[in-house]
Design a protein around this ligand. Structure first.
Ligand code: SF4
Length: 672
């Protein structure tokens, strides 16, 4: 039997089956395939599972073999045989991953065997955490929850899963609002814009594999946007999967992201000028009668485009009019064009950009369909936190991602498996199993299929699956609650809602905090390929992976354009200070030949105060100096609305480790 067929058999038997959200197939979940005692040394087992490192829901195959661990028995160390996860790969039968994974998906292995995992329930005693029994921890939390007066706020990763539904039922039983996300995975803006223009409350999914010409406005779809694995496969097909057609990609973004670097052409739009770019293209298409489906535009939208000031729009984008006219003509002439609408950097006017890009896509007849729905929080996260007295932390790290203050809360309970920047404030930690140690069922936001997985290795430590912890708490408090059954969820997963809406076109200017005279640069923190929003920084493989822009390892530098660097005598590796109205940090410089003048970028991921031995105290967190502003329609944090100034502090002494210290195209920029 060849390896591929072996995968197919085990993936079906072990029940990691992708099934349609409309229920055309039913999953069959069976108990633990091979117990620790029965596993045969030297023989491998492959089990279908789902990656939970981000919300994309890539289907995986997990290789399990016999391994060992050392256990303490009556004070003496004993070696015990266990079933161990040895490798994670993409599942070829999965509609999202198609047999591929991103680097973080492969490195998830280092989460389960990470030496810094929380190994059992813990309670705070003064400044320290002390191990306690589950009974004692549950009793203490139940007692405090029963007595506590005031609002409960839960931070949890936004996903459609059996686990999330259990948490939601528990919060509802306590009279608490739904969990909110503090990270960047809710794609609330993308869902809101799709609802406003297309009538879907769902993630829009673009068929770029079949397109001849793709214009992506603000969607770093090969980086951290929605599902890089799915879109990388689509992109590969668009470029090389058809014998006589090579699709063309134009990327409009204010940073040379990995998508821009892979594109045929990069349109370096000024930060926050994406709405102006989309409307300028619409206006040129209308004026030149180039749009294939001009009737798809609502009359009011068409009128507002026709009355828009093209010269002002073009000027705002920073892109020559000639280039925009050519791109508009190519869009209009292409047999199969698609315009993708994304907000990889969030500005106060990003919703305008997404709405305009959707209308542009309608005009050129671009193929887009509704994917799954990702639960999005409503309202301003910082207000909700201020009002809360009790905070639950479930895999989210609001102290790191949104500068949240947890210092004055009455009770903080963490379900996390690691002590990160937020869990460090917890009163009690009730650690969940690692996702590879639990059964799970997750709906993909791309395909609306559900990937389900049985438990196939035993938990390493004294952790508990979240559903059981919540059941125990509810029982102690006498609150009616039942954890979501995985089989029931897999049989009837939630389906995205559709609601019709009519939306006017708006083109507002992006707001930035900080006077340009004092803070002359726009600041753009962005999701890094290695660490995403910082959550993968505790995985040593990710620390060792060279950053795609700077090739830095074990640290992340500030990216500065060559002209600014030359003016301030800054060279690669020099120490610089970046200051906003909110604060400042010191970091190493990387003179990025592709950076826009006047725009300073920095990948997110380092700068954790707490997150285990590999991440703690390493580098700086660029989110820490953001002015706390929130997009008004969705309440998501604005990441691109802060201006900064830059100072050189001194020459670097080789502290910045770069895989390739000399850029291939290095020119005469920076200090010579
Ligand atoms: S994109 Fe990467 S991290 Fe996200 S689910 Fe897929 S493999 Fe996992």
């Amino acid at each position: 039997m060849d390896r591929r067929n072996f995968f197919k058999i085990v993936s079906t038997v072990s029940a990691g089956v992708a099934t349609s959200a409309c229920g055309s197939k039913t999953n069959q979940l069976i108990p633990l395939l091979v117990s620790d005692k029965e596993i045969v040394p030297g023989e491998e087992q492959w089990h279908a599972s789902v990656c939970t490192e981000c919300g994309a829901g890539c289907g995986t195959l997990v290789r399990v073999m016999a391994g060992e661990r050392v256990v303490d028995h009556a004070g003496k160390p004993f070696r015990e045989r266990i079933a161990c996860v040895k490798k994670i790969e993409g599942n070829p039968d999965d509609a999202v991953s198609g047999g591929r994974l991103c680097a973080r998906g492969h490195a998830a292995l280092q989460g389960i065997y990470n030496p810094d995992r929380v190994r059992g329930p813990m309670m705070r005693t003064g400044a320290e955490f002390k191990s306690v029994s589950w009974d004692a921890a549950i009793a203490a939390v139940a007692e405090k929850l029963s007595k506590a007066q005031g609002k409960i706020l839960c931070f949890s990763r936004p996903e459609q899963s059996a686990r999330a539904q259990s948490l939601s039922a528990f919060l509802s039983a306590l009279g608490a609002p739904p969990a909110r996300s503090s990270g960047f995975d809710s794609f609330a803006l993308e869902q809101k814009a799709a609802q406003m223009v297309l009538g879907w409350h769902a993630i829009p999914v673009y068929d770029i594999a079949a397109a001849h010409y793709v214009l992506s406005i603000g969607a770093d779809f090969l980086g951290g946007w929605i599902s890089p694995v799915y879109y990388a496969r689509q992109f590969g097909h668009m470029r090389q999967g058809r014998p006589d057609i090579r699709g063309r990609l134009i990327q409009a973004e204010s940073r040379m992201s990995i998508t821009a670097a892979s594109a045929d052409e990069w349109l370096p739009v000024r930060p926050g000028a994406e709405p102006q770019l989309a409307v300028a293209l619409m206006r040129i298409l209308l004026d030149g009668k180039l749009a294939r489906q001009v009737d798809a535009l609502p009359t009011e939208t068409r009128q507002s485009v026709e009355s828009a000031d093209l010269t002002a729009l073009v000027q705002a984008t920073g892109i020559p009019e000639k280039t925009l006219r050519r791109v508009a003509r190519e869009l209009g002439e292409s047999e199969s064009a698609v315009v993708m609408a994304g907000a990889s950097t969030i500005h106060s006017n990003s919703l305008d950009a997404l709405v305009a890009a959707h209308y542009l896509n309608l005009m050129v007849g671009g193929s887009v369909k509704p994917g799954g729905e990702i639960p999005a929080s409503e309202g301003n996260g910082s207000q909700a936190l201020q009002q809360a007295r009790i905070v639950f932390l479930d895999g989210e790290n609001p102290v790191y991602t949104s500068n949240a203050s947890l210092a004055d809360k009455d009770l903080i309970v963490s379900f996390s498996g690691f002590i990160d920047d937020s869990s460090a404030f917890a009163d009690v930690i009730l650690p969940d199993h690692h996702s590879l140690e639990s059964e799970s069922a997750v709906v993909s936001p791309i395909t609306q299929t559900v990937a389900a997985s049985e438990q196939f290795v035993q938990p390493l430590y004294n952790t508990r699956v979240l559903g059981q912890t919540l059941s125990d708490l509810a029982a102690k408090m006498n609150v009616p609650f039942a954890a979501k059954n995985i089989k029931e969820f897999a049989a009837a997963p939630p389906v995205a809602q559709t609601k019709a809406a009519a939306t006017p076109l708006q083109v507002r200017a992006a707001q930035s905090a900080g006077a340009p005279e004092q803070f002359p640069f726009e600041f753009q923190p962005y999701l890094s390929l290695q660490y995403h929003d910082g959550r993968a920084a505790n995985l040593p493989w990710m620390q060792e992976l060279p950053d795609p822009a700077s090739s830095a390892m074990w640290d992340l530098p500030v990216e500065i354009d060559p002209k600014t660097a030359a003016k301030q005598n800054i060279a690669n590796g020099d120490h610089v200070r970046v200051t906003s109205i909110k604060g400042s940090f010191e970091a190493f410089a990387y003179v990025n030949p592709a950076a826009l003048p006047g725009v300073i970028s920095m990948p997110i991921g380092q700068g954790h105060t707490h997150y285990g031995r590999y991440a703690s105290g390493r580098g700086v967190n660029p989110l820490s100096i953001l002015s706390p502003t929130w997009e008004e329609a969705t309440g998501v944090m604005v990441t691109g609305g802060t201006r900064v100034r830059l100072e050189r502090l001194g020459e670097g002494k080789g502290e910045l480790i770069q895989f390739s210290p000399v850029d291939r195209e290095q020119g005469p920029w920076g200090r010579s």
